[in-house]
Ligand binder design. Sequence first.
Ligand SMILES: C[S@@+](CC[C@H](N)C(=O)[O-])C[C@H]1O[C@@H](n2cnc3c(N)ncnc32)[C@H](O)[C@@H]1O
Length: 248
Amino acid sequence: MSDEKTTHFGFQDVPEAEKAGMVHGVFSRVASKYDVMNDLMSMGIHRVWKDAMMDWLAPRSGQRLLDVAGGTGDVAFRFLKRAPGASAVVCDLTEPMLIEGRKRAEAEKMADRLDWVVGDAMALPFPDASFDTYTISFGIRNVTRIADALAEAYRVLRPGGRLMVLEFSQIPNDLMQKVYDLYSFNIIPAMGQFVTGDRGSYQYLVESIRKFPDQDSFAAMIRDAGFGQVKYRNLTMGVAALHSGWKL
Ligand SMILES: C[S@@+](CC[C@H](N)C(=O)[O-])C[C@H]1O[C@@H](n2cnc3c(N)ncnc32)[C@H](O)[C@@H]1O
């Protein structure tokens, strides 16, 4: 019997060493249609959730943000718009996502306040204590070892810095969960096929949502990484959740 470690990629078990490459493949394939698909799949609600993230985060001028798995820059743009004197680094495993983001930054005249860095959440290419705020939005469920990503978040934050995670979560009501599953497992992969010609990537997306820990289990993981004052807020009845923690 092989003692190679495995993990999940959606509902499949895969060798741990292969997951990042598979995730990279998914986001390389969808990068050019990522923003439009986000609006279609969520009927625009991801914008409301990202605004709720900013309301809780309350960005301030002079702060330096690290947005990990930042993709096309949605979270970083919002942060910079709310805090005119702030700066941000968007770090992501998949360069085609960052390339789309850079085009948006130029169009929105924010390119001079942003850096785009290819890197892995589990081994961030930044020194200790170098950011005031760490965000990760719809990214952490794709990471092979979530505990390693949280340890890296803790390392790169300065003391007094804040972590905020936006991620799909679990709906506490069984009936609502069934309705949501019907929508996500039937409509989203079909929509992905229609818009991007790539059903498999969107099948992965919905499966990965179901594999992610529930709100309380994820809050415990954040505490285990050393963060204090860990709290969460459900969004749209728990379809998504925001988790906040501080490096005290
Ligand atoms: C669903 S997108 C989210 C993009 C953006 N944060 C948003 O909210 O729209 C997930 C992103 O996570 C990135 N990603 C996945 N695993 C990663 C890892 N281990 N390190 C850094 N980025 C990762 C993917 O490349 C992809 O751009």
